[in-house]
Ligand binder design. Structure first.
Ligand code: ATP
Length: 355
């Protein structure tokens, strides 16, 4: 199966000479048909530029970008229009027309396509348009808001209109650029749930640009981490979470899991809990928390859970627990050796020194 989107040795440079900005540098990446692919990075990492290369809004400086078999980097404007019809896009600020109703907003791409008249599939008569808009509003759960104006809607509802509009022409690809960054956590979850349906029920390949690891965790199958125009790490979301290799990735993972105590919290825990503090990984392939507790019991060591969190990534458990261990010193050492046979154990010698 060929990739839906393929970057091969792609560079994008703005300007030239000493003031040139290398927004995208040497990116080679395949995004497969039917997957939800996340691109995560801090502001200025080059994520938006990468997305604009996909829909041909920016031409690559060098290298090739192939979308569903068409090399966008080599197409002229007329052919680019046909490729763009296969690509829907949603934005952080929704970009809805404030003066149009919800139904008119969703119908807009159909009206524009209808004007082109270069393809019989674009023969969007009023009846066809209305039927399509009704179908889309039903899909996003806003059938009752067809005549409302965007100002009357909540942020989550506005983004659902954005999604309906992006789907109007039945695209194969949906590009989502920071599409939940303006929303609160609960609304974010709703929108991510809708995007999951777009993927599973409509088979749309989705590329998600974000600086929030939570979005990647809840939505994506695979992820690439971007830093200074380059992809520094990539892989299945679970693998990247469980074994981050780069410092930037570790920081993103940390912000999402919040399962490991900060140095400040550790200091407080040490002051209020007797015993040896350790943080133990909990992962599907390295043993459950039950196995962890059993190991402590076998060595006659008591383990009080004082911090931690276990979450699900791709329906698999992942996280860590921080324990205050009490018992004979030799027994604690033996229990830790036993734990190390199946999971990661982080000790805090600096805390012991302070005691
Ligand atoms: N049209 C342009 N002309 C000059 N420089 C640009 C242009 N577009 C982007 N850049 C620069 O390219 C780099 C990457 O920008 P880009 O917007 O792709 O990053 P990003 O990761 O999407 O960041 P953000 O999340 O803040 O949008 C930045 O240094 C930016 O200033």
């Amino acid at each position: 199966m060929s990739a839906m989107i393929r970057f091969d040795g792609v560079h994008k440079t703005f300007g030239d000479g000493p003031r040139a900005v290398h927004a995208v540098e040497d990116v080679t990446l395949d995004i497969e048909r039917g997957e939800i692919f996340g691109v995560i990075g801090y502001s200025g990492a080059g994520k938006s530029t990468l997305v604009r290369l996909i829909n041909g809004l920016e031409p690559a400086t060098s290298g090739t970008v192939v979308v569903d078999g068409d090399e966008v980097s080599a197409l002229r404007e007329k052919h680019l229009r046909a490729v763009r019809a296969e690509i829907g896009m949603i934005f952080q600020q929704f970009n809805l027309f404030g003066s149009k109703t919800v139904a008119e907003n969703v119908a807009y791409p159909l009206r524009v396509a209808g004007r082109a008249k270069d393809d019989p599939a674009n023969d969007w008569t009023k009846e066809r348009r209305e039927a399509r808009v009704a179908e889309l509003l039903d899909f996003v759960g806003l059938a009752d808001k067809a005549q409302a104006r965007p100002a009357e809607l909540s942020g989550g509802q506005k983004q659902r209109v954005g999604i309906a509009r992006a789907l109007a022409r039945d695209p194969k690809i949906l590009l989502a650029d920071e599409c939940t960054s303006a929303l609160d956590p609960e609304t974010t979850r709703e929108v991510l749930g809708l995007l999951r349906r777009v993927n599973t029920e409509l088979g749309v390949t989705i590329v998600v640009i974000t600086h929030e690891m939570d979005v990647v965790k809840h939505l994506c199958h695979r992820v690439a981490v971007m830093e200074s125009g380059r992809i520094v790490e990539r892989g299945a979301v679970y693998d990247v979470f469980s074994h981050p290799r780069e410092e930037a990735t570790r920081r993103f993972v940390g912000t999402s899991l919040r399962d490991r105590p900060s140095p400040e919290v550790l200091g407080r825990l040490a002051a209020t809990h007797p015993g040896t503090l350790v943080t133990v990984g909990v992962q599907e392939d390295t043993g459950s928390s039950a196995r962890l507790m059993r190991t402590l019991a076998e060595h006659d060591v008591d383990g009080a859970i004082v911090y931690g969190g276990i979450t699900e990534i791709g329906e698999r458990p992942f996280g860590s627990l921080t324990l205050a261990l009490s018992g004979e010193q030799a027994a604690i050492r033996a229990a830790l050796a036993g734990l190390r046979e199946f999971t990661t154990v982080q000790e805090y010698p600096e805390l012991e020194e302070q005691r």
